[in-house]
Design a protein around this ligand. Structure first.
Ligand SMILES: *Cc1c(COP(=O)(O)O)cnc(C)c1O
Ligand SMILES: [Zn+2]
Length: 556
């Protein structure tokens, strides 16, 4: 393939070589690859039809001349999963998860590492330096070991020990820097300078930005339903589909910069008709880009002492990445948002319990940001949303899970008179509690399922369901639940009648009831419900947190 490296400042075009990091004319480090889009627009769609769905599918748009198949670990080609339950909860049915956990080292850094290592190998480079909050170093280590390239990984001492050990396992040299991530980057840069070694330069690394583009390419193909299917018939390029939103948690901003470039190239080639809005999310305790954006600044004010437990996102000084990313975000009508660590941990639980997707805290930041943007009305219900979900395995530390996440069973000692009895009493430990009992009475199965899922995503409940008022009343009288969630408009016997019957019986008169209704109630209807009702819940806008706080307050 043919491409040149063009300076973003003076426009000067130079050939690509990994170790030449500055513009030969103006010395700028901000440059990007440019391809022959006009030709590729004609040739690429046809070439793609016979290729497997992985990152190298788009090799004509990557800065590697001869991709070497022996270096790959199956990078790219990650699934785009529809988040049906989350979408239902948020009222955004077209919600998708780009599941970057399914890459070789479980983060989207695999793309960056595979393309960069391929380019280094091609250029005969055998040693490199990278500063990392964990995932970059893990990804580089895996691909470097395969390519026989030595990696010096500079990590901050806050990087979880499991991640450091994984880096070491691949044979990289771990250098632990006591200090912030920005300081670790400085130490790494000085080390690389002294020894004259190739150094990863974050968002200024040509190969990294190019690698991230493939996320955009894949999303556009997946939303169109293209990969593996044969619908590019009669030699005519079909129009691919871009989402309305791309949402990602950011640290240095390399991901969205690359993804933006990917969508822009697709548009240049006429394969999509618009570039999605880019929403980038930071952790409150280290959100220099978000505060810069909200204050309308073109340069971010660095955060010198990041205060977040989400180490992966701890870039305090984004430098010029921010300025460029801000332009992209404004151009695409996107936004910058931040969330607290607690909001991220809660989103992590919700995502795992509602969608079966266990993400690391940094990725949960993106989901917490999504919840916030949907609630604020920035992201609209009918829009197509793709959230980048990266997550290294086993991220759930004690402070995220809380203290009661396990129950211990001691196997009974041998010399017991009646061993079976011993086992039984041991098993009593497994479920010693009576879980709060909740009855859901609603005639739509979808609504029941949604409420059940929201409850289950937050704790242990014994849940009973009834599909109409009559069954519901019988159920409540039989099970005497701790809480009833009641629909008003139902066949057979409506919610008002159920309430009257509950009030009339002293066994059920004190059971708290949350009324879920599709419409605003008239004053007359409200008075009919009387004082027994604890809370009114407008259907369709189940605000997860508020609903759950209500539930928790009522069950005591
Ligand atoms: C690297 C990383 C980020 C931040 O990515 P940038 O695009 O470099 O800002 C977010 N989440 C996870 C899990 C990461 O590994
Ligand atoms: Zn220049």
């Amino acid at each position: 393939m043919s491409f040149i490296i063009k300076c973003l400042d003076c426009g000067y075009a130079a050939p690509y070589f990994p170790t030449s990091t500055n513009c030969p004319r103006c010395n700028s480090q901000w440059r990007e690859a440019e391809y022959d889009y006009e030709t590729l627009a004609k040739t690429l769609p046809l070439q793609l039809s016979g290729r497997s769905f992985d990152l190298w599918r788009y090799r004509e748009l990557l800065p590697v001349r001869n991709p070497n198949p022996t270096l790959t670990l199956g990078e790219g080609g990650t699934p785009l999963i529809q988040a049906v339950n989350l979408g239902m909860m948020l009222g955004t049915p077209n919600l998708f998860i780009k599941d970057e956990r399914q890459g070789p080292t479980s983060s989207f850094k695999d793309r960056q590492a595979s393309v960069t290592i391929a380019a280094l190998k091609e250029a005969g480079i055998t040693e490199m330096v990278a500063a990392s909050t964990g995932n970059v170093a893990i990804a580089y280590s895996a691909f470097a070991s395969r390519a026989g390239i030595k990696l010096w990984a500079f990590v901050t001492s806050l990087v979880p020990a499991v991640k450091m050990r994984e880096i070491a396992l691949y044979g990289s040299q771990v250098v632990k820097v006591t200090g912030s991530y920005d300081q670790a980057k400085q130490v790494a840069a000085e080390f690389a300078r002294q020894r004259n070694l190739y150094q990863d330069m974050g968002a200024r690394t040509i190969t990294s930005i190019e690698a991230m583009k493939t996320i955009a390419f894949e999303i556009a193909e997946q939303l169109t339903g293209l990969p593996g299917s044969n619908n590019s018939s009669n030699g005519k390029a079909p129009l691919w589909r871009a989402p309305d939103w791309y949402v990602q948690a950011i640290s240095g901003g390399m991901g969205p910069l690359g993804v933006y470039k990917g969508f822009r190239e697709l548009k240049q080639m006429g394969l999509i008709d618009r570039i999605p809005s880019i929403a980038v999310i930071q952790a409150d305790g280290c959100a220099p880009m978000v505060s810069g954006f909200k204050q309308g600044l073109e340069t971010a004010i660095p955060v010198t002492a990041p205060n977040t437990r989400i180490e992966t996102l701890a870039t305090g000084d984004p430098g010029r990445s921010y300025t460029i990313l801000r332009e992209r975000v404004i151009e695409t009508k996107g936004t910058f948002e931040s969330v607290s660590d607690e909001e991220a941990f809660r989103a992590m639980h919700v995502l795992a319990k509602m969608e079966g997707v266990s993400a690391e805290p940094a990725a949960a930041v993106a989901f917490a940001g999504l919840f916030k943007l949907v609630r604020a009305g920035t992201i609209k219900p009918n829009e197509t949303i793709v959230v980048n979900c990266t997550g290294h395995t086993m991220p759930a530390e004690e402070f995220i899970l809380g203290s009661n996440w396990t129950r211990d069973v001691q196997f009974p000692a041998k010399k017991q008179e009646n061993p079976e009895e011993g086992l039984l009493s041991a098993l009593n430990q497994v479920a010693p509690n009576r879980f709060p009992r909740v009855a859901i009475v609603d005639d739509t199965a979808e609504a029941r399922r949604l409420i059940r899922r929201i409850l289950q995503s937050q704790g242990d409940f014994a849940i009973f369901e009834a599909a109409n008022g009559k069954e519901g009343l019988e159920l409540i009288q039989r099970e005497l639940p701790d809480l009833v969630i009641l629909d008003l408009m139902m066949p057979e016997m409506d919610g008002f009648a159920v309430m009257d019957a509950l009030k009339a019986n002293q066994d059920t008169a004190d059971i708290p009831v949350i009324v879920a209704t599709a419409k605003e109630l008239t004053p007359n209807e409200k008075s009919r419900l009387g004082t027994q009702i604890q809370s009114l819940l407008q259907k369709g806008d189940f605000l997860n947190d508020e609903f759950l706080e209500e539930v928790k307050a009522l069950i005591k």
